[in-house]
Design a binder for this molecule. Sequence first.
Ligand SMILES: C[S@@+](CC[C@H](N)C(=O)[O-])C[C@H]1O[C@@H](n2cnc3c(N)ncnc32)[C@H](O)[C@@H]1O
Length: 235
Amino acid sequence: MIKKVLITPDGSKLYWSKGDLHTNYGVVKENDIKNGLVKSHSGKEFLVYDAQFVDRLNKIKRGPAVISNKDVGIILTNTGINPKSKILEAGAGSGRLTAFLANISSNVTSYERKEEFYKIAETNLKELGLKAKLRLKDIYEGITEKNLDVIILDLPEPWQVLNYAVKALKCGGFLVAYLPHMTQVIEFTKALSSPFVLDKVEEVLEREWILEDRKARPENQMLGHTAFLVFVRKI
Ligand SMILES: C[S@@+](CC[C@H](N)C(=O)[O-])C[C@H]1O[C@@H](n2cnc3c(N)ncnc32)[C@H](O)[C@@H]1O
């Protein structure tokens, strides 16, 4: 597990788990890696601090495309996910969303139908020291969990899950679909019927700013489109 983050003389970040750290600015000895200012054997200075969940998350193994922070944020805030929430997610993919969920709730189940990605998600969760119930399972074939507060679907055909979600969700529960294409959003929303009610369709745009001496302006590049978020309630 990553224990420390080191900021290099050029401002980039290095992640340290154990042993001596070999960098472009010289070797930092294991015994010297303590919080604060440390020096490499060639006298270059690094700032060191304890790694937190978000630092470790930067280094997880990538399989399929992962969900971005802006989209995780809007899911958490719109559904009010909390430590007592009973959550089902599919597919796990690289387990990035699973990690955010498991960092809040101890009752997270995640289905993934491809063994290769299941193993990546499993390794990543272990590396982050988090627990979720990972299942090698195709959600298009059914849902075994009951009384769920939230179901989140990051997969191509969420409409195939509606018949199972209706039995698995609590009254007032949320069904969230993360869909890159508007054609998918249209197909999904057309398939909704009672007791499902469309709450809203959203897209989140995020723009970072540069603040350096007299430079104070938005970055030239933005993270372009990721996906639309469709929020549905079961009534
Ligand atoms: C884009 S990835 C999910 C990434 C994940 N949200 C993350 O943040 O790391 C989509 C995943 O859904 C899985 N998947 C697709 N259809 C599925 C199904 N019917 N049941 C379970 N998993 C499925 C794919 O194998 C893939 O790993």
